[in-house]
Design a binder for this molecule. Structure first.
Ligand SMILES: Nc1nc2c(ncn2[C@@H]2O[C@H](COP(=O)(O)OP(=O)(O)OP(=O)(O)O)[C@@H](O)[C@H]2O)c(=O)[nH]1
Length: 236
């Protein structure tokens, strides 16, 4: 093991004390429905009216507290444009939660939810937690999809449902907290200082931590962490 590797391990050990576990969540939906604005509102508490289409994929991190545990949520913002589909589909596989977003002023974005839901069925893990988001609920003049229609669709797909406004900051935090809560409940994940996240000798959080830290160095088997658990779990 080289000294650089050891340094990375040390840095992560101190980072690890800031949270108990890490979850990965994906934002999907047509271009322009407000995915990036939802992410910015949640993470930065900010909003911009300009629409700069996401190129491929981007992510931000936010730590939330659920049941007294600090959960680090890694939120992936995918491009809604079809030309990026090949890239964005690759990120479904490791998601624990997906927010399927439509715009209440766009009928097309609403009808396209069935396509996005099919993609989740095809590419995401079977037990991924799904949530339907009806964004831009502040825009009363241009609304074409009622709350009842949204709820009916969510019921049909057995998803939870929130109407949100990134612009007015309505239900953004609530939606993310509910999704996080649902993931933890559904997957029976108990934040575990005893490293119970290790499966088959390998920590399930490895790649998440690598991406969050901006490099691809494996987290396990560092000098500081001989248990095989990643630093996301080593919080005892
Ligand atoms: N009125 C209103 N406008 C919003 C809201 N959220 C986003 N917008 C606007 O909708 C437009 C598109 O928002 P983005 O967040 O860039 O959309 P996106 O889904 O990320 O788009 P792609 O990156 O192309 O997939 C921008 O002009 C935003 O200002 C909202 O809650 N209310």
């Amino acid at each position: 093991m080289n000294s650089n590797h050891r340094m990375v391990g040390r840095r992560r050990s101190s980072e690890a004390k800031q949270y108990d576990m890490l979850l990965r969540v994906l934002l999907i939906g047509d271009s322009g429905v407000g995915k990036t604005c939802i992410l910015y509102r949640f993470v930065e508490d900010d909003f911009t009216m300009s629409h700069i289409s996401t190129i491929g994929i981007d992510f931000k991190l936010k730590t939330v507290e659920v049941n007294g545990k600090r959960i680090r949520v890694q939120i992936w913002d995918t491009a809604g444009q079809e030309r990026y589909e090949t890239i964005t589909k690759q990120y479904y596989r490791r998601a624990q939660g997906v927010l399927l977003v439509y715009d209440v002023t766009s009928e097309k974005s609403f009808t396209n939810i069935s396509k996005w839901a099919n993609d989740v069925d095809e590419y995401a893990p079977e037990d991924v937690e799904r949530m339907l988001i009806a964004n831009k609920c502040d825009d009363r003049d241009w609304r074409v999809i009622s709350k009842q229609q949204g709820q009916k669709l969510a019921d049909l797909y057995r998803m939870s449902f929130f109407e949100t406004s990134a612009y007015r900051n309505v239900n953004i935090k609530e939606a993310f907290l509910a999704l996080t809560n649902n993931i933890i409940r559904r997957q029976g994940i108990i934040p575990a200082p005893d490293h119970s996240c290790v499966k088959d000798g390998k920590c399930i959080h490895d790649l998440d931590m690598d991406l969050a830290a901006g490099d691809a160095t494996p987290l396990t088997d560092t000098e500081e962490n001989k248990t095989g658990a990643c630093s996301a779990c080593s919080v005892a």
